[in-house]
Design a protein around this ligand. Structure first.
Ligand code: GLC
Length: 454
């Protein structure tokens, strides 16, 4: 997969990591109907604020969160410092609408940062531009220049505060630009300051489109404010799509649709979640494809058991099969859709088997690199194989799937795994003459079942 950029060394941790934990948590968790309940249910502002200020999560134990996340195989995390409701999860000098000044009297951002850093995580912060409480945000610079200038300064000051008081911040996730743009927000200028404060930081692309900067509106009007040109990494949301121009990270819920805790929520199964991680890795090439997988802790501060169960299952899988994911060079070397996914790392090709069919032999077509050995990574068992031309036959596979999640076969090659033209181009790509030749040589041109013995 050709990409058009090189990843600077300071960002290599991101491509090595592949797997991050997104944490959506704030006073909205009390309603247990998603992080946007204030707006979506058109609630009364004063009542919401009263409940937010009284919120006091008694079981928030960030060290337990961090240990759980580590066991589950996540390598970095990103925490909502402030969502669209405007409530701040840290001790901000610019407002008293915060966990530090209201009931908890705690700086949740500091506690999160300290606990996760201690467990070796790279640290990410989520910050929403939008604040539903502030009319000037929506009136904007044209209708309320003075009010807008105050709001813009407030936003800039808070971001600077977050990047000044909490040590090294590795990842910054802006969100919620609508109806402003990058010029109103002066996000280009803010990004420069952010880089001065945190030279290594990775900043996402939700910086708004910029008439002045590129005259291009990229968010399609959906409001998150994705820019195609600004920011260090793309943020496909509920989607896994390759960004060829920069790093990318798909953010996904573990549930059905909402990001913060929901009572009576439906949960996606572990194999579905793991497949998303494999898909990001497979599609990512050398440049990430990461998965930022979300958890919405309960109002009293706990990871829901449904989440923990799934995360741990994936974590156990990663303990055995992590080499196919972390620091992988991407995959899909040959066509493999009938069995699962492929990733590579150095000279190894990993076959991540989604459909275990119980047959003793598997045939892999179109791999041209010489194979030196084959291992069923799931059990450590060496497997017999035979390579005839561009066909690889792997023998001695167990009847029962050796794992409830996806078994992985490691194919060790004597060079970087490569495919022939058919394997590279597959269906819907390349020269259709190749398909014509295949049919012509093996079948002729007739629509009838000519030549089939009956
Ligand atoms: C969307 C939602 C927001 C959520 C974010 C995560 O922009 O509006 O609630 O935090 O996605 O990427």
């Amino acid at each position: 997969m050709t990409t058009q950029f090189t990843v600077p060394d300071k960002w290599k941790w991101f491509t090595e990591s592949r797997y991050g934990m997104f944490i959506h948590w704030g006073p909205y968790a009390q309603y247990a109907r998603g992080e946007q309940v204030l707006f979506r249910e058109h609630l009364d502002h004063a009542e919401y604020a009263e409940q937010a200020c009284a919120w006091n999560p008694e079981h928030f134990d960030p060290e337990l969160w961090a240990r759980t996340a580590k066991k589950a195989g996540f390598k970095y995390a990103c925490f909502t410092t402030r969502h669209h409701d405007g409530y701040c999860m840290w001790d901000s000098a610019y407002t008293d609408y915060s966990s530090a000044k209201q009931a908890p009297k705690r700086d949740f951002v500091r506690e999160y940062v300290d606990a996760f850093r201690k467990e070796g995580f790279r640290i990410g912060l989520y910050y929403s531009w939008i604040d539903w409480r502030l009319p000037a945000y929506f009136d904007g610079p044209a209708n309320d220049p003075e009010g807008w200038a105050k709001v813009r300064d407030y936003l800039h000051n808070q971001v600077k505060e977050l990047l000044t008081n909490y040590g090294q911040i590795d990842h910054f996730f802006f969100d919620g630009v609508w109806p402003r743009n990058a010029d109103d927000l002066e996000s280009v200028k803010l990004v420069e300051t952010m880089r001065e404060l945190q030279p290594g930081i990775l900043i996402n692309n939700r910086l708004g489109y910029s008439e002045a900067h590129d005259g291009y509106r990229a968010d399609g009007g959906v409001g998150a404010g994705d820019s195609d040109t600004l920011g260090d990494f793309g943020t496909p949301e509920h989607l896994i799509v390759v960004d060829r121009k920069r790093l990318w990270e798909s953010c996904q819920v573990t549930t059905w649709r909402l990001w913060s805790h929901v009572t009576g929520e439906r949960w996606r199964p572990a194999d579905y979640l793991l497949d998303m991680l494999c898909e990001c890795t497979e599609k990512g090439g050398e440049h990430g494809g990461n998965l930022l997988l979300n958890v919405g802790p309960t109002a009293d501060g706990q990871f829901p058991p449904e989440f923990v169960q799934r995360a741990m299952e994936i974590g156990s899988w990663l303990e055995v099969h992590g080499e196919a994911i972390y620091g992988s060079d991407g995959g899909a070397i040959t066509e493999f859709i009938t069995r699962g996914r492929q990733t590579t790392r150095g000279n190894n090709l990993y076959l991540i088997i989604r459909f275990w069919d119980g047959r003793p032999q598997m045939r892999l077509a179109d791999l041209v690199t010489k194979v030196k050995g084959v291992t069923l990574l799931t059990t450590g068992q060496r497997l017999d194989f035979e390579q005839i031309g561009n066909e690889l036959f792997i023998n001695g596979l167990p009847k029962e799937s050796p794992s409830r999640l996806f078994p992985v076969i490691r194919v060790e090659c004597d060079g970087k795994p490569e495919a022939n033209q058919w394997g590279r181009e597959r269906l819907w790509e390349g020269d259709p003459a190749r398909v014509a030749a295949w049919a012509r040589e093996q079948r002729g041109t007739s629509v009838y079942a000519d030549g089939v013995e009956r």
